[in-house]
Design a binder for this molecule. Structure first.
Ligand SMILES: Cc1ncc(C[n+]2csc(CCOP(=O)(O)OP(=O)(O)O)c2C)c(N)n1
Ligand code: SF4
Length: 292
């Protein structure tokens, strides 16, 4: 039989996205599908996991395995799935509130733990689903529903923090550059280890500051500047660069290192999905005794 070539239609879900017209998340979904087609990963080998938010609704709009979990908790679930079934391509997806706010601890520890999965963050610098409150990446002085007098907290730097926390792959993309974004997601999935892609994905309804035109005039592709993705200091410099003239996008850092998956003794005994986890009656009785 001639092997089937995947197309975008293979990932088309029966449910269409209900995002606001123009939301940046459409481009992210599109780019993810393009990357999976390019990498020839069929839907039954792909697991998408999310938290809660407009962006976190993404698993409901792509034909693959999906897990729409709870706010800020997509990463431990993604990790568990990958460790239990390494054959799956695991992609966690969500927003800046989900990942950098309530889920911040999981994110930082994912960077250092280095389990082999991809994390894409639709960073719109606002809480979209809950109708427009400040997020950890909202600009200083940004007036929102939760900070009508202007945001008094300095935004965090997601790519800089990820680098310092030990993430072996860090990239930044923009929903207004779908082809480029697809290439970043493709590189992230291909990377053997934890790979993070922070994406400027404008919320056209609640963020009137970080808009498509705002980014369009500022983003500059690192690969066009001869950036060395193996150079940690150059990656940090790119992470710290944000001005009216230049906000770098592209792969900031890509340097594989030993993964948790390849060293954890439990995982080395073979994938959990392939093991016989049943108990015979004697084991069952002993187990019940332990609980008594
Ligand atoms: C434990 C918990 N706290 C708060 C909420 C309310 N809540 C739902 S989504 C969200 C933030 C959404 O923002 P973000 O993650 O940036 O996603 P977006 O909607 O912008 O895509 C919040 C605070 C919740 N669902 N669960
Ligand atoms: S509220 Fe914002 S983030 Fe949510 S779907 Fe609409 S444009 Fe997208």
């Amino acid at each position: 039989m001639i092997p089937k070539t995947l197309t975008l239609d293979d990932f088309k879900h029966t449910t269409d996205p209900d995002w606001c017209p123009g939301c940046g998340d459409f481009a992210v979904l599109n780019a993810l599908k393009h990357a999976l087609v390019k990498l020839d990963r069929p839907p039954h080998q792909v697991q998408v996991v999310s938290g809660i938010g407009c962006s976190s609704n993404l698993p409901g709009f792509i034909r693959s395995y999906g897990f729409h979990s709870i706010h800020g908790r997509s990463l431990p679930i993604a990790m568990g799935i990958k460790l239990a079934n390494p054959e799956l391509t695991v992609v966690a997806a969500g927003g800046d509130g989900d990942g950098y706010g309530i889920g911040c601890g999981h994110w930082i520890h994912s960077c250092r733990r280095n389990v082999d999965f991809t994390y894409i963050i639709m960073d719109n610098q606002i809480y979209g689903l809950t109708t427009g409150q400040t997020s950890p990446t909202s600009f200083l002085d940004f007036a929102t529903k939760s900070t009508p007098g202007g945001n008094k907290e300095a935004p965090l730097n997601p790519v800089g923090l990820a680098l310092m926390a030990g993430a072996p792959f860090v990239a930044r993309g923009f929903s207004g550059e779908v082809k480029h974004l697809a290439s970043l997601i493709e590189a992230a999935i291909s990377h053997p280890g934890f790979a993070m892609v922070d994406i400027f994905s404008p919320c056209v309804t609640y963020n009137k500051v970080n808009t498509y035109p705002y980014f369009k005039g500022r983003v500059k592709k690192l690969e066009e500047e001869g950036h060395d993705t193996k150079d940690f200091k150059a990656a940090l410099a790119a992470a710290q660069s944000w001005s009216d003239e230049r906000i770098p996008i592209g792969v900031l850092y890509d340097r594989p290192r030993t993964t948790y998956d390849s060293t954890d003794p439990g995982v080395q005994q073979g994938p959990l999905v392939g093991r016989d986890l049943s108990m015979d009656s004697q084991q069952g009785e002993e187990f019940l005794k332990e609980l008594a």
